[in-house]
Design a protein around this ligand. Sequence first.
Ligand code: FPP
Length: 242
Amino acid sequence: MAIDKERVPKHVAIIMDGNGRWAKKRFLPRVAGHRKGVETIKKVTIRANELGIKILTVYAFSTENWGRPQDEVNYLMKLPKDFFDSFLPELIKNDVRVEWIGDITALPQKTYDIVVSAAERTKHCQGMVLNFALNYGARQEITDAVVEIAKAVSHHELDVESISAELIESFLTTARYGELAAPDLLIRTSGEQRLSNFLLWQAAYSEFYFTDVLWPDFDSSHLDTAIESYIQRDRRFGKVKG
Ligand code: FPP
């Protein structure tokens, strides 16, 4: 069945989960799952762009992931280099722009440099945005917004009365996406059904799609199935159907 491109979600966010379990099932070290997971990002990016998705936000490293064994953290920090070294020409060919949310200044210098350079080298691209959540945590994002707003109030640049949901949104890292800041569809792989501190504010009215497929096994056909499920849904945003 062909997907109706008029109805595809504009912003899709993905919690890429199950890399460790994928590796364990094969008696491989956990990092083998992360390596395979990088290949999945490539496949899913190409398909999402083909479908006309405007923003694909992938949860690559959370503020909590620093608590993993040091070897695993070190390995994860090397993945952006592998990804962009092998995939940047393809991203450019497909007009995909690389961006990020999260505090990447806390990443190792080499990782930081590679991400900034990928963003720089694709900034002219006008197709889909591939947005990496890197050292991202939604509570931190909201906390940072609150601090900035409080500073503006204390400097008399902002009245307390003017604080609204829209104003708070304008202080979040996704503000640059305007009306596309909220994901229409949020996918989590591997059978887990929770948000894990991902886009807590932005996902208020997102449709959720959970699949038992582990991230390294996820492919473009699974993305299509998630999109088809989304297209069947009736989004009411807290209202009754008009
Ligand atoms: C979750 O699986 C996956 C992660 C925490 C890391 C996801 C990162 C990538 C796939 C690569 C990032 C790549 C770039 C280019 C930035 P898990 O390890 O929690 O799996 P488990 O729940 O089965 O243990």
